[in-house]
Each structure stands twice: as C-alpha cells, then as structure tokens.
Design a protein around this ligand. Structure first.
Ligand SMILES: [Zn+2]
Length: 99
C-alpha cells in the first residue's frame, strides 16, 4: 500500500504537581500558568507554550474534583457536601419512620 502512517507532531506535555485529592481546579490552573511563565523565561527552542484543559466535574461548593459515582455526594469533600448528605439521610430516615 502506498499510504503509510508515521508518528509525528512530537511535543512535550508538562503536568503540574497538583493532581492529588483535595486540590482545587483553580490551583491547577495557577500552577500551569506559572509553569508557562517559567518555560518562556528559561527554556530555549520553544515555538509555543500554553495551558490546555479538559472538562471535569467538581464540587460546586469547594471546587474539588468529583471523585464519586454518586451525583449528589462527593464523599464529604467539604463541610457543605457532608452536611447535604447528612440532611438527605435524615430526611430518608424521617420518611421511613413515618411510613
Ligand atoms: Zn466540596
């Protein structure tokens, strides 16, 4: 076959040291922007450097990554997340008791 595939478009991908549980998305963005500044200042032969990102689910109250399958409870990532889960349990308990 005349057509053949080859690997091209080589580039460097840098991941900041902020991917642990408990890190807020805004912290990741700040860390990446700092790395971009540092690369621009210190690294030769760079044609372009910029921050790229993906869509992700986060807790609306604290901004931490959504780590649970449950759509309402993120494992107690913050006081508000835990409080709402406790309230849901309490309501379910009251409903069960009144039946
Ligand atoms: Zn939270």
């Amino acid at each position: 076959m005349p057509r053949k595939n080859l690997r091209n478009n080589y580039r460097v991908e840098i991941t900041p040291r902020t991917t642990a549980f408990g890190i807020v998305v805004g912290d990741e963005k700040d860390a990446c922007e700092k790395i971009v500044e540092q690369v621009r200042r210190h690294v030769d032969d760079v044609a372009s450097v910029y921050v790229v990102s993906d869509d992700a689910s986060v807790c609306e109250f604290c901004g931490r990554r959504w780590t649970e399958d449950d759509a309402l409870y993120n494992g107690g990532c913050c006081d508000e997340d835990q409080k709402r889960e406790d309230d849901r349990w309490e309501k379910m308990q009251r409903k069960t008791d009144s039946e």
